[in-house]
Design a protein around this ligand. Sequence first.
Ligand SMILES: Nc1nc2c(c(=O)[nH]1)N[C@H]1C(S)=C(S)[C@@H](COP(=O)(O)OP(=O)(O)OC[C@H]3O[C@@H](n4cnc5c(=O)[nH]c(N)nc54)[C@H](O)[C@@H]3O)O[C@H]1N2
Ligand SMILES: Nc1nc2c(c(=O)[nH]1)N[C@H]1C(S)=C(S)[C@@H](COP(=O)(O)OP(=O)(O)OC[C@H]3O[C@@H](n4cnc5c(=O)[nH]c(N)nc54)[C@H](O)[C@@H]3O)O[C@H]1N2
Ligand SMILES: [Mo]
Length: 667
Amino acid sequence: MIVDNPLGGPYMSGCVKGLQMHRVLHAPDRLKRPLLRTGPRGSGEFKEVGWPEALDLVAERLTEIRDRYGNEAIIRLGGSGACNGALHNTGLLTMRFLSQFGGYTDIEGYYSSQAAQYVTPYVLGTRSVGIDPGTLQHTGLIILWGANISDTRLEVPMEARIREAKVRGVEVIVVDPRRTSTAKTLGTQWISVRPGTDTALMLAVLHVLIEEDLVDRGFVERYSVGFKELERYVLGEEDGAPKNPAWAEEICGTPADVIVQLARQWGQTHPTAFIPGLSIQRTVGGEEAIRMAIALQVATGNLGVLGGSSGGLTWGRLPSPRIGVIGAPQNPTQVSIPAYQWPDAILEGRRGGYSSDIKAIYNVGGNFLIQGSDVNKNIRAFSEVEFSVCHERFMTPTAKYCDVVLPVTTFLERSDIVVPDGGNYLLFSSQAVPPLYEARNDYDIFCELAERLGFLQEYSEGRGEEEWLRDFVADSEVADYEEFKREGLYMGGDQLRVGLSDFVADPEAHPLGTPSGRVQILSEAYADLGFTAVPAYRGLRADDRHPLMLVTPKSRFRVNSQNDNIPWFRERELHGLWMNPRDAEERGIDDGGEVQVSSPEGRVRVTVIVTEDIMPGVVCLLEGVWPIFDSEGVDTAGSANFLTSTVPTEPSKGSRTHSILVQVTKA
Ligand SMILES: Nc1nc2c(c(=O)[nH]1)N[C@H]1C(S)=C(S)[C@@H](COP(=O)(O)OP(=O)(O)OC[C@H]3O[C@@H](n4cnc5c(=O)[nH]c(N)nc54)[C@H](O)[C@@H]3O)O[C@H]1N2
Ligand SMILES: Nc1nc2c(c(=O)[nH]1)N[C@H]1C(S)=C(S)[C@@H](COP(=O)(O)OP(=O)(O)OC[C@H]3O[C@@H](n4cnc5c(=O)[nH]c(N)nc54)[C@H](O)[C@@H]3O)O[C@H]1N2
Ligand SMILES: [Mo]
């Protein structure tokens, strides 16, 4: 039986994906030996070969590509999967290898959080703006805005801390187009909002705060610049359009009286913890939602306050305990392309304004033929390169397009130190079983290749796993390696950290790294990019051809695309297109029927789930499903990224996988 580490106390509990990880380890379709492609790309025809033959081939092909086209002809893809290991880190290991090989084209930015990472420094001068979940014991109101905590967690102790607050009588408001499991189990109120319209809803909240004199003027004055200009925009003093609840209702689909209520609760309860999901910034104009959320936490006097929050992303936005990690030297070519547009960069190259012409893909810890937006385009990109290699646990749709597929271990087959996304603790993940079949660690695969290419000493520095982990701990605040390894958990001293609390305690002594030293509700630097100086609503509007808005959130039972090939996980949840009864009736669609979902980019066929758990005008397909193609090549499993677009949100060039317009018809 698998149990939680008792040292973690009541708040550190594993999730279903971790507790059931043995099903991944022992899955019958685990890759067992290296594979070379024998049929056309995507056909899934491979032959098994020995490790020496596979590695010789990879070393030879990489060298050929480099010699003929230069290092920047090789692109690094992936970097997730097992991404938070200090050693077995799919991103860092690949960067280290390709840098020492002379360089590569890197992907810059993040699928997860690019818009927020980009915009937050303009407003706050830092990205370190999160809260420790323990601070929720001091909160008076929790607003989960596009945050489905009971499925996505966003910090291990978060769910338990919210539940505890709710039991204490704290209201938990959930703002989401869907009535999620979070809304049902943690929430006290569900407020529905159309995707990508959060900025409009927040502007209307501010309108009410201003009208009802609920703005904390002293706080605004002391800690920010530009509130006056935002106020004028909100009141419509320049454009004659007040951003009031009636204005927002039309855009957001949220009733005006609900907006008024929300504003009153927010303005009257102190402190309020506003916890955004990452979802609100994976939209067209997602940058503005983050700017506006911060402005609201300033207006209500909650930024940097115990029990409050900054309004910026909370997940991963505080430092974890210092610990050594495997180093990745700077990429010698210094060439990179926006992560969200990697297929465009491959297909268009320098001709299309990108910085390199890409001829080879090195993919480690990524399944972008499911997870990348616009899968049809991704398939074309993978079809075009001269060479592609991946390290994988399974024959994923992406692996099927690679020339060489190298079988890797899961995290249960190796030891590592796991650095959480922002929590003040570290985990020691001890090897549970030796590597199965012929699977190898990513690290060992790169060592073998480095040896063939003449830089093994540089890559490994003569160290194996145990030596690296000891060295990492030596370079940390953890005193005793053996004890840490035995106990599996190291807790940092302070579990009640609030980002920006220094600044709020003494803004003169701890000014922000912004031009004014204060919160830039108005940012000239941002306006210089061609956008509004104060946050303003901009977003997609549905049209006649594509009248429905699609969201594509995470499944409780998958890590993005991981686990969908494993029946136990797949059977936990019915996959289908969520649709409100009103939209279904309009189209003569019955629950359980087959529909076609089409966007400007592509189409899928899928079963429909007619439910009141999604608001009218919005449909939902959980992301991460492995496609099943019919004879015409149309996906019949409902894999969301056949419908998404690689046109990013600007200026961050971030993903917008929650801003998709679609039409749904009976199949
Ligand atoms: N179980 C599980 N947990 C995960 C992951 C996983 O794959 N599975 N993935 C991890 C990763 S990589 C990341 S980046 C994070 C992502 O974390 P998030 O981005 O927060 O997760 P999502 O599920 O995309 O969205 C959360 C909720 O926001 C709602 N939503 C979508 N668009 C909007 C919008 O425009 N406005 C509002 N108000 N709500 C909206 C969705 O309906 C959903 O219920 O989760 C992490 N946690
Ligand atoms: N429509 C839509 N698309 C999305 C999103 C969305 O919300 N909606 N979310 C986006 C987000 S936030 C993210 S982070 C991306 C995630 O995109 P990906 O990173 O492509 O997602 P995963 O499915 O987690 O793929 C990781 C792969 O790594 C493999 N793997 C696991 N462990 C290891 C290991 O130790 N070594 C190696 N070599 N491989 C390993 C797994 O088998 C899996 O195939 O997807 C993005 N795509
Ligand atoms: Mo992510």
